[in-house]
Write a protein that binds this ligand. Sequence first.
Ligand SMILES: [Ca+2]
Length: 455
Amino acid sequence: MGGGTVARTMRPAVRRPRRSVAIVAGLVALALAGCASAIRSAAPSPAVTGDASAGASAPLAASASPGSTPFATGPVGTTSLPPTSPAASVVAAAVGPAPAVQVQRVASVPSALAIANAHDGTNRIFVASQSGQVWVVINGQRSASPVLDIADRITSGGERGLLGLAFHPRFPGDPRLFVDYTDRSGNTVVSSFAVVGGGSGPVDPASERVVVRQVQPYPNHNGGALAFGPDGFLYIALGDGGSGGDPQGNGQRLDTLLGKILRLDVDSASGGRAYGIPTDNPFVAQPGARPEIWLTGLRNPWRFGFDRASGDLWIGDVGQDRWEEVDVSRAGAGGLNFGWNRTEGFHCFAPASGCATDGLAPPVAEYAHGPRCSITGGVVYRGAAYPSLAGRYLFADYCTGELFAITAAGDGRREPQVVGRVTQGISAFGEDESGELYVANVAEGWLGRISATIP
Ligand SMILES: [Ca+2]
């Protein structure tokens, strides 16, 4: 705990035999990326076996070599797609290059994987451990014990575990904390728990109410991010179900929740569900389509976040073997199809060339693999401490530990700017109540705060 800059060098890796199931222990990004390069963690946790991503794990140099391609089951094309033209944001554009940023460790949090604040004036930051715990960090001090521990009902390891958390918009008046986790059977559960003591106390593990369950056909690509939008609805990220190349075609199907971002009303229940369907969800009137769907054509949306100023929804969608992408759904724009598995980034995926791009929303940014491997989507900076960062969308690559920035406002494609580099294992971004930015590192187990080198 304490404010030293995170060392740029990797912690010495513990070598394990190739093909050992332990290779993927604690390593979310391995399977996230579908790339088996480059990550190693000393964190002990159950490994995923039988995962297409696990078997081909390469010996894990820090970031020296391009990822192997255990998911190379589908064609990879090079056909470039036209740039996107999203509606102009109402928020002023950042002008000029972004400043360099640094990350200071704030607290040690084992297998840190998700960050949320309770927006209740307490300035608490809640951090989820992949292994099933939720911790509170306040003024740089982490709680001695977790405020919630659901290790008894989850599967953790690889891309599984406690993956997301979000507080109800009216917290603590509505005392619910929502979580997304992988259950003992490997399926996705989104549920709520009640925070006791008027929101100040621990979370009651017996108060769980399941909101939605989703069967997972493969261990990887579980998505898992949760956030409430400015409209008060709960948004949930689900990957395409896993394996490689989307063998079930879930990304482009509307009869499944896989490969989607959902939008649910958790303040009502209807149709035999534990939630309501917002009447303006894009597919409510389409026969055969799941009415929960808000956005489609996603492979493994590994972290999304709302711009607190504009309401735009920013997504980091993990690519197959070649291209990581940033997608944006401008405020209120539902029904967008981000292309997977017809496209990966700005390129055709299946087929490898000449793919049909009509009706697809292209990314706003992409970057290539090798040694980069897996995007961790972030947040648009709207804090007060660093005006130089205002209006910048920050995100990271899991393998290299690079931090990137792009301008959030404006139309069309933009190139990511490298603004910093920490260590591999960046698993999530989050904001405090003032909009200052934090990152979590699952491989090394810490929460860090982002600062700019110039105000
Ligand atoms: Ca896409």
